[in-house]
Design a protein around this ligand. Structure first.
Ligand SMILES: [Zn+2]
Length: 191
């Protein structure tokens, strides 16, 4: 039985590295993984998934208008063994529903990787429905500067002051974001 997985964490915990490792493991066994990432993220050029430790892979893209069930169905081959989705926090509710259909109707496992909460501590639409609907929730852990588990994402400005307002989506590189434990997130203590 195929399942829908949500691998979630704060920023810079190595989600993308885990995704690319999974893709590699499938390839090694002559099985194919369909990779997807959000189109808005063009930090490394279009249609590429890049991890911070230097490995990368070509990928399909989705944006808010992509009908994922149709898009995935059209790309399936007999070797397709799973679907891997990076930046899964940017999925819409309908797209999470589509991924459920890929699992339930096509019997293909879907592994999604994303942030649990935004820099205001609020949910992303994609992560919210993945947390509610996925078969398996897997936390990828990372640490705050104090050594405790980091669960929150803080955004900070040039003066190293934590930012408490603004748009949810503003991908400008990892230097503006840091993952913190809840105590230090609430205190605004980024170092
Ligand atoms: Zn801390």
């Amino acid at each position: 039985m195929a399942k829908l997985y949500f691998y979630y964490s704060a920023m810079n915990a190595g989600k993308t590295t885990k995704l690319l490792q999974s893709s590699f493991n499938y390839k090694e066994r002559n099985m194919e993984a369909l990779l997807y990432t959000f189109r808005f993220d063009n930090r490394f050029g279009a249609a590429k998934i890049c991890s911070r430790i230097g490995i990368s892979s070509d990928a399909n893209t989705f944006d808010n208008a992509t009908v994922l069930f149709d898009n995935i169905s059209a790309k399936l081959s007999k070797n397709t063994s799973c679907v891997l989705v990076d930046e899964a926090q940017f999925l819409t509710k309908n797209q999470v529903s589509d991924l459920c259909k890929v699992v339930d109707n096509l019997n293909i496992p879907v592994l999604t990787y994303g942030l649990r909460s935004d820099f205001l501590g609020a949910p992303f639409e994609g992560s919210l429905y993945l947390l509610l609907w996925a078969d398996e929730l897997v936390e990828i852990k990372t640490v705050c500067h104090c050594g405790k588990k980091a669960t929150m994402n803080a955004k900070f400005d040039l003066n190293k002051k934590i930012v408490r307002a603004g748009d949810q989506i503003d991908i400008g590189g990892n230097e503006k974001y840091i993952s913190l434990c809840r105590k230090h997130y609430i205190e605004g203590c980024i170092e």
